[in-house]
Ligand binder design. Sequence first.
Ligand code: G3I
Length: 349
Amino acid sequence: AGLADAFKDDFFVGAAISTDTLMQDDQQLLGLIDREFSSVTAENCQKWEEIHPAENQWNWEASDKFIEFGTQHNKHILGHTLVWHSQIPASVFTGDEGLPITAKALLGRMENHINTLVDRYRGKVNTWDVVNEVVSDNGYGSWRKSPWFNILGKDFMEHAFRTAAAADPNAELLYNDYNMHYPAKRGFLTGVLADYLDRGVPINGVGFQAHYSLEDPELDEIEKSIETYAEMGLKLHFTELDVDVLPKAFDYMGAEISTNFEYSEKLNPYPDELPAMVQEKLAERYAKLFALFVKHRDVIERVTTWGVTDAHSWKNDWPVKGRQNYPLLFDREAKPKAAYHAIRRLKQT
Ligand code: G3I
């Protein structure tokens, strides 16, 4: 019995699946995912740039494999992600003959994208990340000045939710973001979401990406965030959980990728393996997080880790090539880590 089984009375426990895993039909990893997890998210293959790289071009292969795996193994399936400013071709925001696109034409493209994707997987995808990361990283209290916002104004987000709900009235629809516990960001987002709930804009919940580190954020900040969003009547998903064990290189989320980093031992302190002491810290951190999630199981529907083994985490090779991180529950050989056992112990009486 795997992790998901241990928490089956609490919430779904999920993992993101990489495009490589799907395309290579990696049976070892897919078997592990099937045994341990009850929910799956496509890490990259449903992003606009990958699945819909040009107006009339759709790459369905990896995404179809993902849906097929999830359906065959009876997983709670996540669609990720419909409307985001990142990983989207610039051509989406360009009009005919290179002229600025009109708002009407851009709305048409958004609708076409959402309708095509949601319709194809209607009745299969349980939950969609409909809109991702709309808050400015500058002060966290205003709309991100993305092309979506600049061309359509703030209503682009509402429009995305209405379009997705019309395309699949039974799918659960989420707003997904990082650092949602920051007071300014929490204030901004609860304002937007309260207005949506007031006016009946179809949204069911929020996704906390939860790219955490050993110390940040503190548990009580996370708990406060859980309580604040849950009190509004929103369902909560932890959508991209991982725990960075390395020294903070810089405040990377939303920042430009700096080219100024050079490989150094300071940036890559554990090139071969994670020392036992840090393993233990990671285990403690994961155990405390899961204990908090269990405490709030009435409002938390799912906890998904952003990947499966440390070998494939997006946290590796960044900001310099060769940097080894250890943020997940399975090591580079796909063996369960101390963190995995610490979580399992929570459910052993
Ligand atoms: O697959 C190509 C490969 O063919 C090519 O040779 C190689 C060269 O760069 O790139 C490969 O694609 C990369 C892909 O990851 C797969 O490894 C992309 O360049 C790279 O941009 C992409 O990064 C992903 C990132 O989102 C950007 O989309 C990460 O894997 C993925 O974990 C990360 O996930 C995001 C969530 O979607 C949203 N929240 C934040 C989270 C972390 O950034």
